[in-house]
Design a protein around this ligand. Sequence first.
Ligand code: SAH
Length: 356
Amino acid sequence: MSPETGQLALRLAKQIEGSGPISVAEYMRAANEEYYGSGDPFGVEGDFITAPEVSQMFGELVGMWLTDIWMRQNYPSNCHYVELGPGRGTLAADALRAMGRFDFAPTVHLVETSEALRAKQAANVPGAVFHDNIASLPTDGPLLVIANEFFDALPVRQLILTHAGWRERVVVRDRGTKFAAMPGSHAMDAAVPEHVRNAPVGSILETAPDSTGLMYELAARLAEQGGVMLVVDYGYVQPGLGSTLQAVKNHSPADPFSDPGTCDLTVHVNFFELANMARMRNLQIAGPTAQGVWLSALGINQRAAALAETSPQHTADIQAARDRLVKADEMGTLFKVMAVHSPDWPVPEGFGETVA
Ligand code: SAH
């Protein structure tokens, strides 16, 4: 499909031609709404594979991790399992099954905007309550929140340094035929913190107002209601400059400004900022730790051995999945795990080592 024939491409082109450029954030929001709204991108057949789709071990270990915290908190009875952007619902199903073995059965709340994915989640997680956003989550008990590859899909705002100063990075129509990013016309210097004001021309500063805003609100709930939140994503811990916006289609990189709505747009998650939001609500932070280190600390090797014993014919597949989740040259280092929790809840397991 050419950029000119996609429904969203046509709508955005018309909007830009009629009323001027849109911000990168607005473009990313529209593209991902369309992308996730139109189907199921996960798995070997789709555009990308996420950790819970690699192996049931991922969700099971998340479930065990939550169970351990719940037990050490003395079995509170009114907990709510909350997942942000649950994809197919695979992680939730695996985690809740593992929790059920310990008679831990919280109510289940899924925050999901895509109707197509809600249908899959409802099939995999019977009884789940759906939410458009976090505002309607229950207010009457501790929240156990999971966000795997969620924040990377939320819109990023980009500011770019030109010879004339900092500008918002916007999306235009290049010669009326394709989308392209360029500096906008309004001065944005006041929106840039002191320490990056004198960066080299061409530098890009990313912020993620949707992500930080959501984290700030959810952190207030955790402070008030008790509980814990787990964030797993690719991202960075030390703030830096540069665009991390990328597109993935059929398991390969694609041009983020071509065919909006037909490929997954993602950014690297700024763990530093997310942790800051939680800290401002007086939560405690654990990690970030490399995913491989965290899963190993939680016992993925033992879990793989147990699964292989039950189904010896699948030993090679189980080992391959374990390697994919843990090894440094696969998902083990690129993906980071961070937990934030109410100060009167126990320090979660698996965070012996933090990464820079
Ligand atoms: N956690 C899943 C899926 C990750 S993909 C997994 O690991 O497999 C991102 C998910 O977030 C999708 O389910 C997508 O529909 C959802 N999503 C994207 N933007 C959202 C938003 N603003 N609010 C709620 N869900 C959103």
